[in-house]
Design a protein around this ligand. Structure first.
Ligand SMILES: Nc1nc2c(ncn2[C@@H]2O[C@H](COP(=O)(O)OP(=O)(O)OP(=O)(O)O)[C@@H](O)[C@H]2O)c(=O)[nH]1
Length: 431
């Protein structure tokens, strides 16, 4: 995949906003991201030249086809759909942006979930020419439901292709009213909505002369102004052990450390911790980053942790503050989004992966399935099919340390993997 070069020539302490784009096929996601990159000068001249020569070009000869900046793979160009999550980077003097370009095709809800798990904002694209009467597509409902479920803080609805409906204010207002209904059903308290043309550039980076009735800022200004609070940095400390590092055997300078990434919060040398699920207590003796000791490590840092005593710790164990009240259980309920073409099957065994912990799991019951049109929980579901969202109960071979997804995203989320096909079967959130 061709990476777009990172225009990181902005102050190092500039805030980063991670967002995803979601919409149906052809709503214009690729064009929009291309426009954001292009108009914010994130595009290098040689790439622009390559695009204007491309055989895949789909627009008029004198305009670059902005979708080609983001539709990376040859194969997907040939299919005309985006088939993988691609991360793009761009920056303005006010903020850096990382965008996961989550594809819109029905069967790729999986990728939206992947991209959404670390996003602070979601841009939900609506094609104005298809939603002119105010009727929203099932995809818009599903992606919005997922965004709400994944706890994405900011929802920005971009009503695209307004140029195709002559910037009709009435249509925009109908779409706004329908979205407000949907948001209320999903418990989304607040959303932003902007009338745009990704192709022409109206209200993307520059305000548009075609929308005198729109009082809000262009999309990029909105993205620059969304408040960012990094939940992971401020949450309780969570560290999944990825590797146990041991050398020296029984000699005096026997070394034993636990390598991994801090998933949430901050760990400091001297902290009283416990190892879960066993509950064994210890104190952090050292934190080693690459080859030197550090006093503290924060969410996102990769470190090796050394404890003050010899305790039994293995890969997949969770390290948390000693006084934290985590639930230890091998049976629990969760909300899942089913991602596999093979429907949920209680007779099958699944791998459950939570952080670096991998254990076998079975599905004991399906309590409800959300109807994608009503978005209410319909009772008496027997199974979940691809793209369904539902509530299930699970049991696992090993006990797990559980956080609710709403309180700690890093430990409250898990995936299920089909043990026979090795496909990711579902993304789950602990309730
Ligand atoms: N008139 C008009 N056409 C647009 C606009 N935005 C995108 N398009 C066109 O709509 C088509 C689809 O745009 P893409 O950006 O490829 O759509 P996408 O949502 O990324 O689609 P996939 O990559 O297939 O998921 C292309 O022909 C674009 O040129 C717009 O604002 N106005």
């Amino acid at each position: 995949m061709n990476a777009v070069h990172e225009p990181w020539a902005v102050a190092a302490d500039t805030q980063v906003l991670r967002f995803i784009t979601a919409g149906s096929v052809d709503d214009g996601k690729s064009t929009l991201i291309g426009r954001l990159l292009f108009d914010s000068k994130g595009v290098f001249a040689d790439q622009l030249e390559a695009i204007s020569r491309s055989k895949y070009k789909r627009v008029q000869a004198d305009e670059p086809d902005l979708a080609l900046l983001t539709d990376g793979l040859e194969a997907e160009r040939e299919q005309g759909i985006t088939i993988d999550v691609a991360y793009r980077y761009f920056a303005t003097p006010r903020r850096k942006f990382i965008v996961a370009d989550a594809p819109g095709h029905e069967q790729y809800t999986r990728n939206m979930v992947t991209g959404a798990s670390t996003a602070q904002a979601a841009i939900i694209l609506i094609d104005a020419s298809r939603a002119r009467d105010g009727k929203l597509l099932a995809q818009t409902r599903r992606h919005s439901a997922l965004a709400a479920l994944l706890g994405i803080r900011h929802i920005v609805v971009a009503v695209n292709k307004m140029d195709l409906i002559d910037w009709e204010q009435g249509a925009f207002e109908r779409i706004r009213a329908s979205y407000a209904d949907l948001a209320a059903k999903l418990g989304i308290d607040e959303f932003h909505i902007v009338p745009i043309s990704a192709l022409k550039g109206d209200n993307v980076v520059q305000p548009s002369a075609s929308t005198p009735w729109y009082e809000g800022p262009p999309l990029l200004t909105l993205l620059e102004e969304l408040p960012i609070a990094d939940q992971a940095l401020h949450g309780p400390a969570r560290f999944f052990v990825q590797w146990v590092i041991r050398h020296g055997g029984d000699s005096k300078d026997d070394f034993r450390g636990y390598a991994g990434q801090v998933a949430s919060g901050t760990l400091r040398a001297g902290d009283e911790i416990k190892v879960l699920p066993s509950g064994i207590a210890a104190r952090v003796a050292r934190l080693i980053s690459f080859d030197r000791d550090v006093e503290e490590a924060r969410a996102g840092d990769s470190i090796t942790l050394v404890l003050d005593r010899d305790v039994d710790v293995s890969r997949g164990d969770l390290i948390a503050p000693a006084d934290d009240d985590l639930r230890i259980a091998s049976a629990f309920e969760a909300e899942v989004c089913w991602l596999d073409q093979q429907a949920l099957n209680p007779a099958r065994q699944y791998w459950l992966k939570q952080g670096t912990r991998l254990t076998k799991a079975r599905i004991r019951g399906v309590h409800s399935r959300r109807d994608i049109h009503e978005l209410q929980h319909a009772d008496s579901a027997e199974s979940l099919e691809m793209n369904d969202i539902g509530r299930i109960s699970l049991s696992t071979r090993d006990a797990l340390a559980l956080d609710s997804y709403a309180s700690v995203g890093a430990t409250g989320a898990f995936i299920l993997i089909d043990t026979a096909t090795h496909q990711t079967a579902a993304a789950g959130m602990i309730l």
